[in-house]
Write a protein that binds this ligand. Sequence first.
Ligand code: NAD
Length: 423
Amino acid sequence: MHSLPLWTISRENAGDLRWSSYIPGVSCTGAYRSHCLHDRIFIRERMALTIGVPKETAAGERRVAIVPEVVRKLVTQGFEVVVEAGAGEAAYFTDDAFREAGARIGTCSKALGADIVLKATPPLKPEIGKMKPGSLFLGLLDPLGMPALCLELANRSVTALSMELAPRISRAQKMDALSAMSSVAGYEAVLQAAAALPRFFPLLTTAAGTLKPANVLVLGAGVAGLQAIATARRLGARVSAYDIRDAAQEEVRSLGAKFVELVFETQQDADTGGYATALTAEKAAQQTALLVPHIAAADVVISTALVPGRPAPILVTDEALQAMKPGSVVVDLAAPGGGNCTATKPGKTVTSHDVRIFGPLDLPSKAPVDASAMYARTLFAVLTEFSDGEAFRPNFEDEIFKGMCVTHEGQVVHERIRTLLDT
Ligand code: NAD
């Protein structure tokens, strides 16, 4: 109440209102409450920014964008947190646990009507309709896959930061939600494969004889692939892996797996952000043909190959499936991008040539406790980089903010998304 700044403003302007100003290089948005002192003098007191966390509504989604540990930290920093009743239920975070951490439990509308909205999945159109103009959305938005959603957010005057677009620089590592979720997916994919394979993963020496270890081939050795390699190794499988990027070779070997080298000439295979670039059709055909004998020798294929903004490359062809042993398993982590296997049906399990092919879309939801905690920590890192409990400060001079911001002040401001919308 006694906090400054103090202004004399007209009675008509009194009441709760949002405030924004331009400070050289930095625009700043915060909420103020006005108090009448005399007839014409009002004190405008800074109000805490509210953070709203609605319950996720996507089918099978069990994560929640905030966990009590992160609520506690945000409240300490001066934020107010509103969590929709039951939002953490599927991840075993109760309303009472959120309350104890300092959050208020409210309705979906209250959560979506906050100054800052956090979500684990892209918002739906009706959810955007409930967001306040001038508010901030922070979460996984799939802006390259669903650019039209960015337009909806811009039309609603919501500033949106996409967690997928956090640049791959060391300062942004703690904000890297994609890597966090990829680690969960890589681990869960191996468990799914181990449960589905009609034989053991490890070498077993028993009175009934010695059983050979399973052969696991990991295609794409990025974050998910490396976690899959480590998990399959811990389960005792014999693991090999392949990636288009040269840099992956050393990482694969350092985890005790064999790197599969394919002898064909590749073009420049990684962009400046560490992501792979797409192969030409001719090179892609050479690659899939060369992979066939390696896939045939595997009991399990975990495929994770992705190229941002492009359909997932096909690595496991029908010919390769036909060459696999009956009962073999493919877990295609690239299913959300269409899949690395010709037979993959995103979200489904299919059988082709006696090989079971899983196209899971919800792997991070299989470990909702840890996945929610990891995800919430990455959101916390972004929030505290650009705001405190009193104001959110967009900063287009900052490469992280500029890289992640897709909409601001009613416009789609991200060049790549604007190009997608124009085409
Ligand atoms: P991703 O999910 O985009 O792709 C997964 C893997 O598929 C990548 O390794 C990619 O090279 C591979 N791939 C793509 N096309 C392929 C093809 N045709 N054949 C075979 N493999 C193919 O990638 P990611 O997991 O997000 O990580 C990519 C790289 O970025 C990794 O080296 C990772 O360590 C690095 N990274 C850096 C940071 C950072 O610096 N902050 C953060 C995260 C990841």
